[in-house]
Write a protein that binds this ligand. Structure first.
Ligand code: PRT
Ligand code: ZN
Length: 293
């Protein structure tokens, strides 16, 4: 069957953004009644909605060609059962950011990762935790928890935890202090290593070209402003990541031009203030929806 299946998280932190990203690449889906399998309408690309933990396995088993999942989970599965291999990261995405950190109870005598040698660490990511620590010569025992890892030290089951952190609120609420970051993670698009059939590869390349356009557009801004003719060079230099701008005459004002440019980097207030400082006026910054090079 020449269709591509993409596994995404059914409900959780990555669900909405994974779906929105695929939709922004022009994919539309007919939702099935059980809501687990969504059929691609215009493109031969279908969705499978599953628990995030199942996504790497679905790729490794060839059930799905693509999957969007946290690097934390992809790395855990690869290091646990595949010698650290088996999946190719095609694109790193800008959402789902978090870190896998070691944490210990407030007031504990453990001050660094090295102090955990020979101790017990509770975690949902035993393979990832163990392999990162052993790369540093630290041999700790891991105790696998599938949820609520933060309660383990209080129960006396472990000396420390290795868990995902974003704001740190959960750690603080459980009187734990972050000791060290082991692994930084975001969501990413993965495929099984080893390649696809020629036809599927053509579809994938087309999807990736659109995805790159969406990812690039997300960082880009379209800037329009009025500039004194003699300040055009200086203004172009101040625009972050801009290529050659377009210049247009301003009716009734021979001293000034309208300048339009695409900035491929974030445009901050500081940039606008600097532009104003060299004579720019009527500055407009617009989002870019799609981009194709
Ligand atoms: O049901 P399913 O298995 O699909 O979902 P899940 O409950 O296992 O996963 P979900 O939706 O919670 O997380 C999916 C992915 O989001 C993770 O695999 C990470 O890649 C990413 N992510 C980003 C996070 C966090 N941020 C995060 N903060 N995953 C979990 N957390 C936990 C954290 O461990 C803590 O317990 O959220 C809690 C709040 O964090 P703080 O630091 O803000 O308090
Ligand atoms: Zn999960």
């Amino acid at each position: 069957m020449n269709r591509i299946r993409v596994a995404i998280q059914k409900s959780g932190r990555l669900s909405d953004k994974s779906l929105a990203l695929l939709q922004s690449c022009g994919l539309r889906f007919a939702r099935s009644k059980d809501k687990l399998y969504w059929y691609g309408k215009d493109f031969p690309i279908d969705l499978l909605l599953v628990r995030d933990d199942d996504i790497p396995r679905l790729l490794l088993d060839g059930v799905c060609e693509l999957g969007i999942v946290g690097e934390n989970i992809a790395e855990e599965v690869m290091r646990d059962s595949n010698g650290g291999e088996g999946l190719d990261q095609l694109r790193k995405l800008s959402f789902g950011g978090c870190r896998l950190s070691l944490a210990v109870p407030e007031g504990a005598l453990i001050r660094s990762a090295a102090d955990l040698d020979g101790r017990r660490i509770a975690t949902s990511y035993p393979a990832l935790t163990k392999s990162i620590l052993s790369e540093r010569g630290i041999n700790a025992e891991t105790v696998k928890f599938t949820g609520s890892v933060e309660i383990a030290p209080g129960l006396g089951t472990a000396d420390a935890i290795s868990d995902l952190v974003s704001t740190g609120t959960t750690l603080r609420a459980n009187h734990l202090v972050e000791l060290e970051v082991l692994f930084e993670s975001t969501a990413a698009l993965y495929a099984q290593s080893g390649g696809l059939s020629e036809e599927k590869q053509i579809m994938l390349d087309r999807l990736l070209a659109r995805l790159d356009g969406v990812l690039l557009a997300a960082e880009s801004k379209y800037v329009m402003l009025h500039a004194p003719r003699n300040a055009v060079e200086e203004i172009t230099r101040l625009l972050p990541g801009a290529e050659n701008p377009s210049l247009m005459n301003l009716e009734g004002d021979p001293e000034k031009v309208a300048l339009h440019a695409v900035c491929r980097e974030a445009v901050f207030w500081e940039h606008l203030e600097a532009l104003k400082g060299v004579g720019a006026s009527a500055i407009l910054v617009l989002p870019v929806e799609k981009m194709l090079g």
